[in-house]
Design a protein around this ligand. Structure first.
Ligand code: GLN
Length: 186
C-alpha cells in the first residue's frame, strides 16, 4: 500500500506528516513523470482549488489522474480537494475532476471570517476536531453519497464509492482517525 500526495500547492506537507504518523508510505506528485510510479491511494490537499486546477492541467497531470479516480482509485480530498472532486460548484462555472456526485459552495462561510475550529460527529468514529479555513460545504449530495459529518446542519464530510471529501482539515489537527477510517475503507 503506497499513497500519492498531490504536491502542487497548499497543505500537502501536513498530510504527509499524518501519513508519517500512521506509517503509510507515500510519494509526491509534482510532474507527469511521478505518475509512472505505482500508487494505491491519492490525497488531494487543501489550498486554492483554482490554482491547483490550473496547475493540474498545465503540468499535464489532469487526464491521467481523472482516469485513475474514475477507475476507482481511493481518493481523499480535503477542502480545495473536495472542490476538485465535486461534480458541480454552485458559485463557480468551473469544474475539475467532477467525479463525486455532490454540489459544493466555495468559501461557503465567507472569505474573511470563514476560519474556525469546532468539534464534530464523524460517522463511525465519534467526536473529532474540525478545522475550517475558507471552506466549502456540500449543498446537495446524490442518494448514493454517504454523509459522514455535518456541521451546523451543513454536510462537511461525505463518501462516494472510492472518494472521500472533507470540508475541514484533519491534517491540521493531531487526530489521525479520519485517515485511519479512509485507509480502512480501501
Ligand atoms: N477557498 C479555497 C478554494 O476555494 C479552499 C480553502 C482551503 O482549501 N482551505 O479553493
Amino acid at each position: 500500500m503506497r499513497a500519492a500526495v498531490l504536491a502542487l500547492q497548499g497543505a500537502f506537507a501536513e498530510h504527509e506528516h499524518m501519513l508519517d504518523e500512521l506509517g503509510v508510505p507515500y510519494f509526491e506528485i509534482r510532474e507527469e513523470e511521478d505518475l509512472k510510479k505505482p500508487f494505491d491511494a491519492l490525497l488531494l490537499p487543501g489550498g486554492e482549488s483554482t490554482v491547483q486546477g490550473k496547475l493540474l492541467k498545465d503540468l499535464h497531470l489532469f487526464p491521467a489522474l481523472l482516469d485513475r479516480i474514475r477507475d476507482g482509485l481511493p481518493t481523499l480530498g480535503t477542502c480545495a480537494g473536495m472542490i476538485l472532486l465535486a461534480q458541480k460548484i454552485e458559485n463557480d462555472e468551473k469544474k475539475y475532476f467532477g467525479t463525486m456526485p455532490v454540489t459544493v459552495r466555495r468559501n461557503a462561510y465567507g472569505r474573511q471570517l470563514g476560519s474556525f475550529h469546532t468539534m464534530g460527529e464523524y460517522k463511525g468514529i465519534g467526536q473529532i476536531p474540525e478545522t475550517f479555513i475558507r471552506a466549502p460545504y456540500i449543498t446537495e449530495a446524490s442518494p448514493e453519497t454517504e454523509i459522514l459529518s455535518k456541521t451546523d446542519g451543513k454536510i462537511t464530510a461525505a463518501r462516494y464509492q472510492n472518494q472521500t471529501a472533507l470540508a475541514f482539515h484533519p491534517e491540521l489537527d493531531q487526530d489521525t482517525r479520519v485517515y485511519e477510517d479512509f485507509f480502512r475503507h480501501i
